[in-house]
Design a protein around this ligand. Sequence first.
Ligand code: BDR
Ligand code: CA
Length: 314
Amino acid sequence: MPGLPLIIDCDPGVDDAVALLLALAAPEALDVLAITTVAGNVGGALTARNACLVRELAGRPEVPVFAGLDRPLVRAPVAADHFHGESGLGDLPVRAPARGPETAGAVDHLVQTLRSRPAGDVTLAVTGPMTNLAAAMREAPDIVARIRQVVAMGGARREGGNITASAEYNIHADPHAAEIVARSGVDLVLLGLDVTHQVTATPPRRARLKGLDSPQARAVGQLLAFSARTEAEIGLGGPPPMHDPCVVLWLLAPDLFRLRPCHLAIETESPLTLGHTAVEFRLSAGRPQTALWGVEADADGAFDQVCDLLGRYG
Ligand code: BDR
Ligand code: CA
């Protein structure tokens, strides 16, 4: 059976890079049609360059990269280069990629792909601010019904925020985009800090990667070591959460996660809580289900999957 047709919309980003390497390791399960990039952790030129470098590292030069929007829909850009390094790829060596992004932009590509493929065929994995997807939905509302599912990393309920007291970075960085997606009626799975903080790269888990002898596994080890240092210095102090990889892991092994139906609303006004995800489990006629929210993850099982996927390289 062919893999799930998938577009990965991302802002690499240390953990986005890990997510890409995992997704590109499983072509029989995930048919990555394209990678689209957006400004987020670092600027748009860098996230596009980084996606091109990661597809080369994965040995998947045929996967096209489309560069997307350079700034959020409404608010001013919020970078997270303190967590991802100036380049966005921690301390991995960077250079100009052998092949750059395609000439078409990400938003046009999303619209065109969703219109040209059969309805309900394409899944979107979103691991950055939702700017590209929201812009595509705004420009071409007909695409909403054509998307199979959006699986995104974003938001926080039980855990509180990681960029402000109450907001998670991806949603805070473009709350207006997240609101468009949340209200669109698209089939939405949201994996926020409540689950990604459970899937951490502890020292024993990172040590397992040392047994895998491939450039890709070594790069993941280096990226996670970088995140471990930044989490200790400027983050919450624990082992680094595998935020974006959770999206890929859920697509490959949904049983690793427990989700609950919820009504989702995004704070777009308050300077104090901008980007807060109001996740309501008490559903009613006036507050219908609009998303599935990740509440629990099997971290050991998730890391077994990570090792299994990385073991396919080399
Ligand atoms: C999210 O924010 C970004 O910095 C990471 O790449 C991840 O997508 C975690 O809050
Ligand atoms: Ca990201």
